[in-house]
Design a protein around this ligand. Sequence first.
Ligand SMILES: [Zn+2]
Ligand SMILES: [Zn+2]
Ligand SMILES: [Zn+2]
Ligand SMILES: [Zn+2]
Length: 404
Amino acid sequence: MDIDLDGEKLKSLQISSLDEGEEEDEAHKDDVEYEVSDEDDDEEDRVPMTLGFVEKPKNPWSLVRQYFPSKAGGTPAWLDPVNLPSQKSCLCDFCGEPLQFLLQVYAPLPEESTFHRTLYIFMCPSMACLLRDQHEQWKRHPETPSRSVKVFRCQLPLVNSFYSCEAPAEDGTEQPLTAGAMLCNWCGTWKGDKICSSCRSARYCSAKHQTAHWRSTNSSHKIFCRQLDTSGKESESAASNSLWPEYEIINEDESEFDEEMSIDYGSSSSLIPKSRTDGSFGKLQTYFKGHGDNRSWASFQERISLAPDQVLRYSSSAQAKPLWPVSSGRPSKVDIPKCNYCGGTRGFEFQVLPQLLYFFHVKDGEDSLDWATIVVYTCENSCNGGVGYKEEFAWVQLASQSHL
Ligand SMILES: [Zn+2]
Ligand SMILES: [Zn+2]
Ligand SMILES: [Zn+2]
Ligand SMILES: [Zn+2]
């Protein structure tokens, strides 16, 4: 595959003792080297990053909230299961549909108040809304920002009313101390404050999801609603079949890939299994094919090619910077709003890569969801108090700014 060869070409620049057999690439060396070293953001190379990969969970229980998971797709595992985001926070500000759960990252920090800490991303699956979101994110500090991508931060001290102070049992038997809020039967995501007036049992986050459940062809509530006295319980899990497929997010240090690659490069025992290098990176390439923004792309590609199916890059270091696939469409410092709660500065904490769309089986197409990267900026104080879920800031970079 083209993309892998390109990646190896780039790597061979750094590993000169091992690049025999790559002579045909000599011609490319100079311009590529120049482009890469010219990139200011190469400073970020020195900051250790943690990479996230998606895997089907070995044990389904590992994704429930009392195990503090990092996960993508399906429904969120709410850290604070009671004081969930509500009302407008749960909706796309453009189409008004409830947002869909993209992923959550368990990212505790050393302070007492952040012993448990999870960041959540929700987004509207409509590309039309994401394009409108693009216009909105460039507006500096609007009174009420309109977004189709929202990030929430939730944190708890070690001693809290929801979970035991002991590490969770490793056999899956751990139970939370308290029940959580009742969730929407359709999306399994947001609080189910609205109750079906007929059966007084089914709960919904919104009239839209009540209607969707009623009209659903394979799990219509119509049937259960009318037979409630005879047929027992409706399934407890989310009835919606449009949620993204569920994965566990596994962490690995980027440095491990670096070292292995420099030792093992060229040998048959590549650290990256074959399966990791096909689909996802191929899809990634289609985003940038024919894109004029080659310099940023070359540097991005070189870095990503160490572990092509990474979906997430994380660092809690204040020196860490996002890796931008495209040089246009980056925010400057003033584009990142201050924390809504403490007024403090927000800093880069993690970014989501477009490979996730491949694992979510998002098909290529005019109106299908598509991004180059989603960069999450969080309050540097990780401030405490107030609402259970504090809204943080996402910057979305599209693969092609020509959409605008
Ligand atoms: Zn929308
Ligand atoms: Zn819902
Ligand atoms: Zn009902
Ligand atoms: Zn703050």
